[in-house]
Design a protein around this ligand. Structure first.
Ligand SMILES: Cc1cc2nc3c(=O)[nH]c(=O)nc-3n(C[C@H](O)[C@H](O)[C@H](O)COP(=O)(O)OP(=O)(O)OC[C@H]3O[C@@H](n4cnc5c(N)ncnc54)[C@H](O)[C@@H]3O)c2cc1C
Length: 474
C-alpha cells in the first residue's frame, strides 16, 4: 500500500508499492509502516506525552542502512527524525507522518582496555556501555538512567555521576563517525573535520546521523561509594547545608539534590512510600573506603528518614532510577537553567517549589556542576555554559491531569528562578513548547551559536536534520 510522507516543505511525498518493495530489498533492517506488525512498538518513545505516528520507520542494521536512509530523505525531501535511545523529553525523535531513522538496532559496544577506548554504535544506551566497560573496570561518564541513549545525551553534553571528575560525556569523545546530509560517511576528531568534531560536542543532532562514537574510558569501580540519604524534616536547612558542603567537595564527588515523592514501588523501602523528601545523592569516584569518609557529611545534614547509602557496584547505582522511568509510563515536560554561585543562594525558591510540586512524580533537581566541566574552555567545544556551578532542572512528570497545567507549572517555576540564572539552559533537559526553539538555542549556545550556524551551513545547508534543538544554517 502506498504511503505518504511529510516533506521539508510541509507537503507530502508518495512512496508507491514498487518503491517500498525496492527499499525493502535494499535495506538490511526492517521497514515498518502503519500496516505492519510491531508498528506501535516501533513508534513508541520514552515520554508518554509523545504519541506520534510516523509514516515510515527504518530500523537501521548498520552504517550502510543509515547512509541509504539519509539519501532517501534527501532525494525525496522527506522530513526525517533520528532516534537513538528515544529519551528526548521534547519528543524530537519521532514525528507525525515523517520518516523515522531508527538506530535502536545498532547497540554494539567494543572495549579496548589497553587504549582505554570504548567504541559505541549510535543506538546504544548507557546500560549497554556500562555493561561492557565495567567488565574491564572502566566507565565512560554517562547519565543517571541506564536506558537513556548514548547518542542524544552525548551530543547535547552529558552530565551524570562522574562529570565533576572526568568531564561531560562529550568531553570524553575521541572521534565520531557520522553520515552527513549529503550521504557521506565522515570521521570527525581533533585532526580530521575538526570543525564538525567541535560542533558535535554539545551541538546536538544538527549535523548528521552519528553511527559510532569513540570515548576515552576511566578506571571506576566496580565498587563505588554512593550516598543516598533521604530527608523529610527541615528541608530548607538540609538544602542549605548540602549547598555549603557541596562547595567544599573534591572533584571525585558528584552530587545532586532532588525533591521528590517516594513512589509506592518495591524498589523503595515501604516505610517511606508516599513521603515527600529531599535526597542529597552523591557518588565518590575513587576508592570506596576513602569515599565512605568523604561522603559522611552529606548523610548527616539532618536526621534522615532513611539512608540507602552503601558501597555498591557502579552498574547498580547507574540503574538505580530505572524502575521509575519505565518507557511511556510518565508524561514529561522539563526545563532547566544554569546557576552561578552556590545553589544555596536560591534556597528559598528551590525549597518552596520543591515542596509544592505539580505532581508527586515531578522532581526539582539541582545537580552540582564545576570540577572537570569548568576546566574546558568556553569555546573549546560547542557546549554552552562551562562556568555554571549548578543547574536547576524542573522535571515535570505526571500520570494524569491537564498537560497544559503541568507545563505551565514548570514554566512558572523557571521564570521565577531567572534572577539566579546565568542566562544559559541545558538542552538535554528541555521540553519544547510553541515558539521556544530559537530562544532555547540562543540560551543554550550563547557565543558559540554563530560558529554553529556556519558549520551547519557547511554540512547541512538544506537543514535536512531539523527535528532537534534546531540550529539554522547561517
Ligand atoms: C529518564 C531520563 C533520564 C535522563 N537522564 C539524563 C542524565 O542523567 N544526564 C543527561 O545529560 N541527560 C539526561 N537525560 C536527557 C537526555 O540526555 C536527552 O533526552 C537525550 O537527548 C536523550 O538521548 P537519546 O538518544 O535517548 O534520545 P533520542 O530521543 O533518540 O534523541 C535525542 C536527540 O538526539 C538526536 N539523535 C539521536 N540519536 C542520534 C544519532 N545517532 N545521531 C545524531 N543525532 C541523534 C535526535 O534526533 C534528537 O534530536 C535524561 C532523559 C530522560 C528522559
Amino acid at each position: 500500500m502506498p504511503i505518504k510522507v511529510e516533506t521539508l516543505s510541509g507537503e507530502s511525498a508518495t512512496l508507491d508499492d514498487d518503491k517500498l518493495e525496492e527499499l525493502r530489498m535494499t535495506f538490511r533492517g526492517p521497514l515498518i509502516t502503519q500496516q505492519d506488525d510491531g508498528y506501535d512498538a516501533a513508534r513508541a518513545v520514552q515520554n508518554g506525552l509523545i504519541d506520534r505516528r510516523p509514516a515510515l520507520v527504518i530500523r537501521c542494521s548498520g552504517t550502510a542502512d543509515v547512509i541509504d536512509a539519509v539519501n532517501l530523505a534527501r532525494e525525496h525531501g522527506l522530513l526525517a527524525a533520528v532516534r537513538g535511545g528515544g529519551h528526548s523529553v521534547a519528543g524530537h525523535s519521532v514525528r507525525d507522518r515523517g520518516l523515522l531513522i531508527d538506530l535502536s538496532g545498532m547497540r554494539g559496544v567494543w572495549v579496548d582496555p589497553d587504549a582505554r577506548l570504548v567504541r559505541v554504535q549510535g543506538g546504544a544506551t548507557w546500560g549497554d556501555v556500562d555493561r561492557e566497560a565495567q567488565a574491564f573496570g572502566l566507565a565512560v561518564p554517562g547519565g543517571i538512567v541506564s536506558t537513556t541513549g548514548v547518542a542524544g545525551l552525548t551530543l547535547g553534553g552529558g552530565i551524570g555521576w562522574l562529570h565533576r571528575k572526568y568531564g561531560l560525556s562529550c568531553d570524553n569523545l575521541r572521534a565520531v563517525e557520522i553520515v552527513t546530509a549529503d550521504g557521506r560517511l565522515l570521521r570527525a576528531d581533533r585532526s580530521e573535520n575538526e570543525d564538525l568534531f567541535w560542533a558535535l560536542r554539545g551541538g546536538g543532532g544538527n549535523f548528521g546521523v552519528v553511527t559510532s562514537f569513540e570515548f576515552t574510558a576511566h578506571p571506576v569501580g566496580p565498587t563505588v561509594m554512593c550516598a543516598v540519604p533521604i530527608y523529610a524534616e527541615d528541608p530548607g536547612e538540609v538544602f542549605r547545608a548540602w549547598s555549603d558542603w557541596a562547595e567544599t567537595v573534591p572533584d571525585e564527588v558528584t552530587t545532586r539534590a532532588i525533591f521528590w515523592t517516594i513512589p509506592q514501588d518495591p524498589h523503595m523501602p515501604p516505610q517511606i512510600h508516599g513521603r515527600q523528601v529531599l535526597i542529597t545523592g552523591a557518588l565518590y569516584a575513587g576508592p570506596p573506603e576513602e569515599g565512605e569518609k568523604i561522603l559522611q557529611p552529606v548523610r548527616r545534614l539532618g536526621t534522615p528518614l532513611a539512608d540507602l547509602s552503601a558501597p555498591m557496584p557502579y552498574r547498580m547505582f547507574q540503574s538505580a532510577f530505572d524502575f521509575f522511568f519505565a518507557k511511556g509510563a510518565l508524561s514529561s515536560y522539563w526545563k532547566s537553567l544554569f546557576m552561578s554561585g552556590p545553589p544555596g543562594r536560591a534556597a528559598d525558591l528551590i525549597v518552596r517549589y520543591g515542596l509544592e510540586r505539580n505532581a508527586p512524580q515531578s522532581m526539582v533537581h539541582v545537580p552540582l556542576l564545576g570540577g572537570a566541566v569548568s576546566r574546558v574552555g568556553p569555546d573549546e567545544t560547542a557546549y554552552g555554559d562551562r562556568d555554571a556551578t549548578s543547574m536547576l532542572s524542573v522535571d515535570g512528570n505526571w500520570v494524569d491531569g491537564d498537560p497544559a497545567e503541568h507545563v505551565a507549572w514548570v514554566r512558572h517555576v523557571i521564570s521565577q528562578a531567572e534572577e539566579f540564572s546565568t542566562g544559559g539552559t541545558y538542552l538535554n533537559f528541555d521540553g519544547d513548547g510553541p515558539g521556544e526553539g530559537p530562544e532555547l538555542v540562543q540560551a543554550a549556545f550563547g557565543d558559540n551559536l554563530r560558529r554553529l550556524t556556519e558549520i551547519k551551513r557547511r554540512y547541512d545547508p538544506q537543514n535536512l536534520f531539523r527535528l532537534n534543538a534546531n540550529i539554522s544554517p547561517a
